[in-house]
Design a protein around this ligand. Structure first.
Ligand code: A3P
Length: 261
């Protein structure tokens, strides 16, 4: 189960996990990722599978099953929490960049209007915890605490760490899921190949991600899932005082948890 707050790098995590787990089924040259947006290969529970009262037959889906969710940890059903074979990977991202990415995503998909739109209202709501899937800090802390209590079950990753060292992150995900790379695979450069396949530059430029749209909570252009992928892009959207307020708020909310964002 891949869990994220929207705009934390879900698309990237889906591509990486799909490629790692299915590497014996498809070579990198023939990866389904070359023809399909990652969101079709790893569906969301609440946005897709269980949408509109639908009850999917998860058991009939081929193994290994990779599913995704934006639900907070506290909302996960016991079938996930109590199932010893189900592992959870949580990907967290700096909240200032997430806020920025959400705004741009809504703008690109016509959900909010005009570049001159004031960000004061959405910013205030974000600071008050009024946000899809709940307050950002509660979302991260739920998975953070679970990862400390049960590290075999919950792996907590940060977007910024993946950006810094993707090859180590690919290996970490593979080890956690029980699909470690063999010495031969590492020597053959498979870790690097998967990292390249799933890189922003590669995925963004594929036809399947440049064209088309996905019908999820609303219609979203495939291209809108690949914008800039930069760490610190918030400087182009938030004023220094807004950034300062968010940083202080997060320091306070994360408190003594040991989590820094
Ligand atoms: P930006 O809007 O800052 O560019 P999500 O997948 O959770 O919707 O998150 C989208 C964010 O992840 C966007 O950030 C997007 O550009 C970035 N992203 C998408 N694919 C990526 C990849 N392969 N590598 C790194 N970042 C990626």
């Amino acid at each position: 189960m891949l869990a994220t707050m929207p705009k934390s790098g879900t698309t990237w995590l889906k591509a990486l996990t799909f490629s790692i787990v299915n590497r014996n089924n498809h070579s990198v040259d023939e990866s389904p990722l070359l023809f399909s947006n990652p969101h079709y290969l790893v569906p969301f529970l609440e946005i897709y599978l269980y949408k509109d009262g639908n009850i999917p037959d998860i058991d009939s889906m081929p193994c290994p099953r990779i599913l995704a969710t934006h639900l907070p940890y506290q909302f996960l059903p016991s079938s996930i929490l109590d199932c010893s074979n189900c592992r959870i990977i949580y990907l967290c991202r700096n909240p200032l960049d997430v806020f920025t990415s959400v705004l741009q995503f809504l703008l690109q998909n016509g959900r909010i209007s005009s570049p001159s739109m004031s960000i004061d209202v959405p910013f205030e709501q974000f600071c008050q915890g009024i946000h899809p899937y709940g307050p950002f800090w509660d979302h991260c802390l739920g998975y953070w605490d679970a990862s400390l209590k049960n590290p075999q079950k919950v792996l907590f990753l940060k977007y910024e760490d993946l950006k810094k060292d993707i090859n180590s992150s690919v290996k970490k995900i593979a080890d956690f899921l029980g699909y470690p790379f063999s010495a031969e695979e590492e020597e053959a450069g498979l870790v690097e190949e998967i990292a390249m396949l799933c890189s922003f530059e590669n995925l963004k430029n594929l036809d399947c991600n440049k064209e088309g749209e996905i019908k999820a909570a609303f219609r979203a252009k495939h291209s809108s899932f690949f914008r800039k992928a930069e760490v610190g892009d918030w400087v182009n959207v938030l004023t220094p005082s807004m950034a300062n307020r968010l940083e202080k708020l997060f320091q306070e909310k994360l408190g003594e948890s040991g989590l820094t964002l």
